[in-house]
Design a protein around this ligand. Structure first.
Ligand SMILES: C[S@@+](CC[C@H](N)C(=O)[O-])C[C@H]1O[C@@H](n2cnc3c(N)ncnc32)[C@H](O)[C@@H]1O
Ligand code: SF4
Length: 338
């Protein structure tokens, strides 16, 4: 769900199983002594075959200055040198990036836990087999409806059948497969059915939470944002389904919205970095601040910038303004270098 996260002790993260890693990574901690981040979220590219109404990245076309394959692999080398234990690759649609497998293979050769987030539309039997060979932590497929109508209403140009077929191929080849569902006015009523569908497909985990009001979601907010009543019912169903599938399938939901997340992060920044396709490093998704540039600085320099940035009055004051006035979240992709 694009939620930036962290963990209390590096040893816990590296020794734990995938669920423990996620649970732990969402807890806050004092990260100022850490020599490196515990988690890197990397938007590998900006190109996308879909035009989702809720897209937090406003993805579609490539940025003119995206990192080259060499720059991307150099970034991976630095991630490995700093012993970062866990990363997630997203986009845009990462499977449209010509060097996505070079990057995944490099990361897995270094034994870094890796998740890839995709709309699933380019995963056929061959791609599923290739992912299986990589022994990744997981492949996460976005499925925003229990029916093609709802999924495709939100995911413009999307094909529900292809996303479902991707799950089946991945599961058939033994890939740890997860489904993510983003609730909006169009699909929130299908939450129970989609969890049942996820279970019938045999996925490892189902994840959801409140939609973030950033990117295209901020532009379309009045059309897509569920009401308080719809969210109340949604969380009720989630509670029931979590109990129903306990021990059979992981159902995880994050109950907080972006504003609640920002309040928490002001006090407990996460030990994680968010890298966008041109190598710039964001402080956190919902804020416009850029604290580094992988094309000009080393990862360890950027990590120090990141830690210092959270102490800057400019950041603290702006974050408080956003908390008071959530409409300002629409500024999150108008980057400000700090
Ligand atoms: C930005 S997409 C990139 C990967 C791929 N194109 C996909 O759709 O899965 C990564 C994840 O973020 C989710 N997402 C997009 N916009 C969101 C928003 N406004 N709030 C919460 N999650 C969002 C997507 O549904 C997807 O599961
Ligand atoms: S959510 Fe994913 S598939 Fe949809 S437009 Fe954004 S990047 Fe593309």
């Amino acid at each position: 769900m694009g939620i930036v996260a962290e963990e209390k002790k590096l040893s816990r993260l590296t020794n734990a199983g995938p669920d423990d890693q996620l649970r732990a990574i969402l807890q806050g901690s004092d990260f100022q002594d850490y020599k490196s981040p515990l988690f890197i979220a990397w938007q590998l590219n900006s190109a996308c075959n879909l035009g989702c109404l809720h897209c937090c990245e406003e993805a579609g076309h490539s940025m003119p200055d995206e990192m080259t394959k060499e720059q991307a692999l150099d970034f991976c080398r630095q991630i490995a040198d700093l012993d970062v234990p866990y990363m997630a690759i997203s986009g845009g649609e990462p499977l449209l990036c010509p060097h996505v497998f070079d990057v995944c293979e490099f990361i897995r050769d270094k034994n870094i836990s890796l998740k890839i987030e995709t709309n699933g539309e380019f995963i056929d039997e061959d791609v599923a087999r290739r992912f299986a060979g990589l022994r990744m932590r997981s492949v996460q497929i976005s499925l925003d409806g229990a029916t093609p109508q709802t999924h495709e209403k939100l995911r413009l140009r999307g094909d529900w059948a292809k996303a479902v077929a991707a799950c089946k191929s991945l599961i058939k080849h033994g890939v740890n497969t997860e489904i993510v569902f983003v609730p909006t006015q169009f699909n929130i009523h299908e939450i129970g059915e989609i969890i049942d569908l996820a279970y019938s497909l045999g996925v490892y985990g189902f994840y959801t939470g409140k939609t973030m009001r950033i990117g295209r979601a901020a532009q379309n907010w009045d059309v897509i944002c569920p009401s308080e009543e719809e969210y109340a019912k949604f969380f009720e169903v989630l509670q029931e389904k979590t109990a129903q599938y306990e021990g059979k399938m992981k159902v995880y939901y994050y109950p907080y919205d972006v504003i609640e997340e920002l309040k928490y992060r002001l006090e407990y920044p996460s030990a994680s970095l968010l890298v966008v396709p041109n190598g710039k490093v964001k402080l956190i998704g919902p804020l416009p601040f850029i604290c580094g540039d992988m094309k000009k600085q080393s990862l360890s320099q950027i990590w120090e910038n990141y830690k210092n940035a959270w102490k800057k009055s400019e950041v603290i004051e702006f974050t408080k303004k956003v908390i008071a006035e959530p409409k300002l979240l629409a500024e999150s992709n108008n980057w400000i270098e700090i």
